[in-house]
Design a protein around this ligand. Structure first.
Ligand SMILES: Nc1ncnc2c1ncn2[C@@H]1O[C@H](COP(=O)(O)OP(=O)(O)OP(=O)(O)O)[C@@H](O)[C@H]1O
Ligand SMILES: [Mg+2]
Length: 491
């Protein structure tokens, strides 16, 4: 027999203690399903407030793992079940980044088991989920804005909203006019960034309602009957307590805080992180490697445009693999590309293994302070209004499960935020001496920047360079003497 109630907690006929409950007419065609298809869910804390909230812009902000994404997805699903013909959007800065995040939770935890809407296109290429009552969840990325913006919605869920620009956000609000659901709403979740971030400022200005999500809101982590951490919760919180730098206040306590004594304080996701584009064939390309086994092994692929701007466009960031297996992966990812050079950390044995496996490297200039200064210089906005260093979104080849689990940085973007100067006995940052943790991709970047900006020790022997320069001079001389050359006729 089919049930007409979608979740164990009915969103719209809220519980009696909900004094702010809004009476909403029940539509004629609720989607139905049988008891064995049911996936129970009950929201707590900020997730419960989100469930009832009807404001036009609502943000669930909080530390890692509090249940923010689950709450947003449950609300979307419940709305689609309840209002036939509802249109919802799940969106993130890039479509690619939804595949292994929101869509996994939606398919495995939220949508009733065995529903036909789960059949059809694979998760990676899926564009929508069709409900039996005509409701639909569209899936999109702001890297292809025309697809997302060409239609109208009742509810939009933005995952990891700090990745967006404010104009992305404002454009999305204009798409909320499908009118099937009695309220139209943009909901979003995020871990915090710094207090200068536009999203924090928007919440402070009262334009967006912000709900503070806490670990105690997640019943997987917190046992409400005894007011204690569950065993999973204890282990999870222990990991978060072990975080370093600015990641700890943000991911453990949900604070919008800037790294104190940040080495790269000019780093700004809004400025330095850019959408992917096809790199022109004429641009120079290099690679930079920092070795590691328990710590990540990092390889950065960097393109350099005609004005000398650097773009990190691909990244390998992996623990617990041999150098030989990394070499295979680097070849696979590099394909037919050609590089001016590959610069690597000094480890002789690891460099020899790379060489045996077809990757010749030059030795990095590891001077820390000049290297940091070179990167800092590139992060600054130049006279033309642009910095000279960018990272392309979704550059990471694949995410290291072990690092995700340990809540450690999984990519260069995540390292930038927490890289800070160590502190002297007086508590002040010691500028010369960065804390040597979570700096693997940043080390590789430093080697690359030094190699590009401060010229490598020449790879040519002095004799070869001399003969090359002599040949070039002779060639110029011949061109000069040519009586048909233009220069004879120029005033
Ligand atoms: N009310 C709930 N009932 C059952 N499971 C829940 C509940 N809330 C969250 N969870 C589970 O806890 C886990 C973490 O939830 P979720 O991914 O939504 O957290 P998050 O706050 O979005 O994390 P992050 O900050 O890392 O993005 C998921 O497996 C989710 O299904
Ligand atoms: Mg989440």
């Amino acid at each position: 027999m089919a049930l007409s109630l979608s979740t164990s907690f009915d969103i719209f006929s809220c519980s009696p203690q909900n004094s702010r409950a809004i009476a909403v007419p029940v539509p004629r065609t609720r989607a139905t399903y049988s008891p064995d298809q049911r996936r129970p869910y009950e929201p707590f804390g900020a997730a419960l407030t989100l469930w009832r909230e009807r404001g036009s812009e609502v943000l669930l902000s909080g530390p890692a793992g509090t249940g923010k994404s689950r709450a947003c997805l449950e609300k979307l699903n419940a709305i689609c079940i309840r209002w036939a013909g509802a249109r919802a959007l799940i969106v993130r800065k890039t479509r690619e980044s939804l595949t292994e995040s929101a869509l996994v939770t939606l398919e495995e935890k939220v949508v009733p088991k065995g529903w036909s809407l789960l059949q059809g296109a694979k998760r990676r290429v899926r564009q929508s989920y069709q409900y039996p009552n005509g409701s639909e969840i569209i899936v999109g990325g702001l890297d292809k804005p025309s697809k997302v913006m060409s239609t109208e919605y009742d509810i939009i869920y933005v995952q990891e909203a700090i990745e967006l620009f404010e104009n992305d956000w404002e454009s999305l609000t204009t798409r909320l006019r499908n009118g099937v659901v009695p309220f139209q709403q943009l909901i979003a979740d995020t871990n915090p960034d710094g207090p200068r971030h536009w999203l924090y400022q928007r919440c402070q200005a009262g334009k967006t309602i912000v709900l503070e999500s806490r670990h105690e809101d997640n019943p997987v982590l917190w046992e409400r009957t005894t007011n204690e951490w569950t065993s999973v919760g204890l282990e999870y919180i222990r990991k978060l307590e072990g975080l370093t730098g600015v990641r700890k206040p943000r991911l453990r306590y949900g604070k919008w805080i800037q790294a104190e004594g940040a080495v790269y304080d000019d780093w700004d996701r809004q400025k330095h992180l850019v959408d992917r584009f096809d790199i022109p064939a004429s641009w120079r390309r290099i690679r930079a490697i920092d070795f590691g086994y328990s710590n990540p092994f990092v390889c950065l692929w960097i393109a350099i445009d005609d004005d000398g701007r650097m773009y990190v466009y691909r990244e390998l960031y992996r623990t617990r693999r041999t150098v030989k297996s990394h070499a295979g992966e680097i070849h696979r990812l590099s394909g037919e590309e050609r590089y001016e050079f590959t610069v690597a950390d000094h480890d002789a044995e690891d460099r020899a293994t790379l060489l045996e496996n077809g990757i010749g490297t030059i030795s990095a200039n590891k001077a820390v302070s000049p290297g940091i200064e070179a990167v800092q210089e590139r992060l600054k906005t130049a006279g033309d209004g642009k910095p000279r260093l960018f990272v392309l979104r979704d550059s990471l080849a694949d995410r290291d499960e072990e690092l995700i689990d340990a809540k450690k940085p999984c990519s260069i973007i995540e390292e930038f935020d927490g890289y800070a100067w160590s502190r002297g006995t007086d508590g002040k940052p010691v500028k010369e001496d960065p804390v040597k943790v979570n700096d693997h991709a940043l080390d590789a970047l430093r080697y690359a920047t030094m190699a590009v900006d401060h010229k490598l020790p020449s790879l040519e022997s002095p004799e070869i360079r001399e003969s090359r320069e002599r040949a070039q001079a002779e060639e110029l001389e011949i061109q000069w003497r040519d009586i048909n050359a233009d220069h004879w006729w120029q005033s």
